[in-house]
Design a protein around this ligand. Sequence first.
Ligand SMILES: *Cc1c(COP(=O)(O)O)cnc(C)c1O
Length: 368
Amino acid sequence: MIPVTKPYLPKREKLSHYIDGIYQRSWLTNQGPLVEELTRRLEDYLGLDNLLLVANGTLALQIAYQAVEIAGGQERVAAITTPFSFIATTSSLRWENIEPTYVDIEPRGWCLDPLRVEEALGQRTFNRHILALVPVHVFGNACDVDALAAIAERYGLKLIYDGAHAFGVKYRGTSLLRYGDASTLSFHATKLFHTIEGGAITFRRKEHLERARRMINFGSSPAGGVEALGINAKMNEFQAAMGLCILDDIDEIMERRAEIWNRYRSGLQGVVEFQEINKECEINCSYFPVVFESERMLISVKSELEEAGMCPRRYFYPSLDILSGVPPHDAKANSRAVSERVLCLPIYPDMTTEDVRAVIDNICRVMK
Ligand SMILES: *Cc1c(COP(=O)(O)O)cnc(C)c1O
């Protein structure tokens, strides 16, 4: 069987070495030394400041909304977000009582379209107070960060990027995650870099980091006592140990993914459509999405591949504006058009070249 993705597992001995240390210290969680070490090493590797490790990528989003103060107030508030993403982008907003307001994506790059955001903010009247933009660097492709920053500035909105796919992605030579008031990461087992379950937030402002640091530990202040409402969203030492092992191998992981990505790209050129990558962006080759001319074609290719033991996945389907029951006139046409026809092909570091070849050949055969 060829799965769509497969968690990367580091050398067992290396992980055991870290676990020996955890046993010696009997320090399992609560800002332990391995969490501290991983924080510093990730800041260094990714070129970021103000990084906070948390229990998973969904809590990363929720804590980010709270820390930049778009959540937790009494008002009925909303955020503009994309309908073309994993459900957590939307559900994290709703969980924090922030109404997701969908604006359509760009038809070729698939990220939130700044022109439409501008249009929506200028024309529409909302029954809730819009406080933020929550765009997604979908499949690691960079949003139009300059245009979105200008809009956020003009309308006084907070800008929080769901960067769950953007680990190691560069924009004009530096980390894409440096844009916005905050960006979040997911370190779930299926992601490019993982800590089994886990995530992170990187903030532009130190004070947001400090607020979030207290929030993830029940609102406790460093001096003792509880100074604000908090929750438990801490990363533990075993998660950090896994992360430290994988970070040692990350360059090889990314190289192998890029190799597979390039094989798909040349093997499927002219057969299917690809996501158009932002010109300023160096992607991380974490996903290989392809678009068919119709949903019918997608379904027949998918079932043929499954017959042959290959398991591509329909990321992201359906378009989220369908799920939350917005009126039909408000359908996000670009998002729906991509959602209905996009398939993510298997890609993971130990996928063999023969398996990549077999996926390409099968697609070409069905498309003929
Ligand atoms: C994986 C993912 C998340 C959620 O991360 P978890 O670590 O699984 O909670 C959020 N947003 C996007 C776009 C994702 O792909």
